[in-house]
Design a protein around this ligand. Structure first.
Ligand SMILES: NC(=O)C1=CN([C@@H]2O[C@H](COP(=O)(O)OP(=O)(O)OC[C@H]3O[C@@H](n4cnc5c(N)ncnc54)[C@H](OP(=O)(O)O)[C@@H]3O)[C@@H](O)[C@H]2O)C=CC1
Ligand SMILES: O=C1O[C@H](COP(=O)(O)O)[C@@H](O)[C@H](O)[C@H]1O
Length: 563
């Protein structure tokens, strides 16, 4: 009755050959409930099957998980502490995510939530600020009330011992419990907060503590290493969960299955066949008053060094021996270690200016944002071409592109294949194949390919094999990236979290470029709000191996697709 599926915990233990149905997991081969204090690799009954929860059109899996949570929960209490509870991330992402997980019965029973921040707030005030983002609907009032009943708010500084003693007391009120600390905090208080957690708030006895860390993980190699050393002195690597929320996105997670679950791609996934790989991130809005934060980091640190580079590793890595987090992350690190720092010739930096013909918002350039320092040269757009110097990829450009205030919202991976050798068709008729994995919006995988024009003609035309999720998986509700990732933290799976050596390599690749920008302050190329970015970016892409013909026309036949 229930679909056969593997839980993330099973995957993380690297058990490729087990294909238990949910029932068999429960009745026959289910691993023992984790002992309190267990760390990654041990199955948490709560999380079993979470990867497919929202994919089941009939919600049977969801029901089943609820049932298991209720009847087979191993009994430990959990306290989830949100440090920085008064902030933007907490109200827009963390509280809403916890609410959705709670609402769907996916959290362990006896989970409590403690918000902690300097502001003197009441729980009622925290609730008021989060509610608009929680998307609760009519009929959920009772459940919502239950959720907030499990919440409390503690006001305290980020550096005083007595405040963390107070926090610890609040946690202890919940009895002996596993503790999760989510650091939704500015980097400036990171060190003092973690020192205080370690000194005063760790779980006792057989219970575990997990620390979830949000980016930025430093601002260059040196500062990141310093932070890593600091954290390593306090916590074990398996206690640290460095979030890159792109690793929680459906299509990013799908890369593994697409690549290693299909025979068809593996033989062509190499330098013999691939001309270029473009990994893009586009946003149609500017800094929207967040310019103060953004200006300190710029688009390279904000998006490219983390999200796009993480995607690159999943596209380029060799097949790991198993699906365990360590095996996967070992392969990702190998890819990063094969990437030399980019040369300035292979970099285009841009900054948006207002569109004089636009509306109020789009008329504003980056420098018109009052929170941005005057004359800032911080890039809001970047294209950087990287090369993976290994046997599989040597010479293939990995073109990373990201920008704010562009013409559309889009994140995608575009694998462009080489021209057909010995072409027998009229010159220019046959275009390159492309495999496009659209991460957002409206998830899709499509292969652009040549086909005979239907009918009496014998011409070739561009067409596609199209897996549009909106029509193929019409009733599926995709979980938000944070939902998957927070559940992973509860279950102790680190597959979708960044390990410290990955972080080291990511900063190694980008630090010389970042330092060059800081020192030399090259003026970024202006591009208009709402455009595709600087034309110099297209030129760089063409020069390094991407070919754009502009001839492809997509005809949507799907009713489920709404772009
Ligand atoms: N299942 C589905 O939902 C499917 C949807 N489609 C849709 O069809 C449309 C076209 O498909 P797409 O694959 O993008 O094909 P296109 O050939 O239109 O675009 C290919 C690539 O070329 C880039 N590009 C666009 N204009 C230029 C230019 N002037 N110079 C250089 N590069 C350029 C685009 O980048 P840039 O981002 O900069 O514009 C894009 O990366 C898209 O909206 C796509 O989402 C297609 C197939 C299936
Ligand atoms: O990490 C970040 O990501 C968001 C984009 O996330 P998405 O899930 O909406 O694609 C970006 O807006 C922000 O600047 C950056 O810090």
């Amino acid at each position: 009755m229930f679909r056969k599926f593997r839980s993330l915990a099973e995957a993380d233990r690297g058990e490729p050959k087990h294909r238990h149905s949910r029932d068999s997991v429960r009745t026959e081969t289910r691993p023992p409930a984790p002992q309190a204090g267990s760390l990654p690799g041990h199955t948490d009954p709560v999380a079993v099957g979470m990867a497919t929860v929202r994919s089941d059109p009939t919600n049977e899996v969801l029901e089943k998980i609820r049932d298991e949570v209720e009847h087979e929960g191993h009994g430990a209490s959990h306290v989830f502490v949100i440090l920085g509870a008064s902030g933007d991330l907490a109200k827009k992402k963390i509280y809403p995510t916890l609410w959705w997980l709670f609402r769907d019965g996916l959290l362990p029973p006896k989970t409590h939530f403690i918000g902690y921040a300097r502001s003197n707030l009441t729980l009622e005030e925290v609730k008021k600020s989060c509610l608009p983002h929680m998307k609760a609907v009519a009929g959920e009032e009772g459940k919502l009330k239950e959720f907030f009943k499990l919440n409390e708010y503690v006001a305290g500084s980020y550096d005083k011992t007595e405040d963390f003693q107070k926090l610890n007391k609040a946690i202890e009120q919940r009895g002996s419990c596993n503790r999760l600390f989510y650091l939704a905090l500015p980097p400036s208080v990171f060190e003092t907060v973690t020192l205080n957690i370690k000194a005063l708030c760790m779980a006792k006895g057989d219970k575990w503590t997990r620390i979830v860390v949000e980016k930025p993980f430093g601002r260059d190699l040196e500062s990141s290493n310093q932070l890593s050393r600091h954290l390593a002195a306090l916590f074990k690597e398996e206690e640290l969960y460095r979030i890159d929320h792109y690793l929680g996105k459906e299509m990013v997670q799908n890369l593994m299955v697409l690549r290693f679950g299909n025979r068809i791609f593996s033989p062509i996934w190499n330098r013999e066949n691939v001309a270029s790989i473009v990994i893009s991130f586009k946003e149609p809005f500017g800094t929207q008053g967040r310019g103060g934060y953004f200006d300190e980091f710029g688009i390279l640190r904000d998006v490219m060094q983390n999200h796009l580079l993480q995607i690159l590793t999943l596209v380029a890595m060799e097949k790991p021996p198993s699906t365990s987090s360590e095996d996967i992350r070992n392969e990702k690190v190998k890819v990063l270690r094969s990437i030399p720092c980019p040369s300035m010739d292979n970099v285009v930096l841009g900054q948006y200016v207002g569109n004089p013909h636009g509306d109020n918002e789009t008329r504003m350039g980056y420098l018109d944002d009052t929170t941005v320092p005057k004359g800032s040269v911080t890039p809001t757009f970047a294209t950087v071409v990287l090369y993976v110097k290994n046997e599989r990829w040597d010479g293939v450009p990995f073109i990373l592109r990201c920008g704010k205030a562009l013409n559309e919202r889009k994140a995608e991976v575009r694998v462009q294949f080489k021209d057909v050798a010995g072409d027998i068709f009229p010159a220019g008729e046959v275009k390159r194949n492309e495999l496009v994995i659209r991460v957002q919006p409206s998830e899709a995988i499509y292969m652009k390919m040549m086909a005979k024009t239907p009918g009496m003609s014998i011409n070739c035309e561009e067409s596609e094999l199209d897996l549009t999720y909106g029509s193929r998986y019409r009733d599926v509700k995709m979980p938000d990236a944070y939902e998957r990732l927070l559940l992973d933290v509860f279950m102790g799976s680190q597959i979708h979290f960044v390990r410290s050596d990955e972080l080291f390599e990511a900063w190694r690749i980008f630090t010389p470029l970042l330092h060059y920008i800081e020192k030399e302050k090259p003026k970024p190329i202006e591009y208009t709000y709402g455009s595709r970015g600087p034309t110099e970016s297209d030129q760089l892409m063409t020069r390094t191996g991407f070919s754009y013909t502009g001839s492809y026309i997509w005809k949507s036949t799907s009713t489920g697709f709404n772009q």
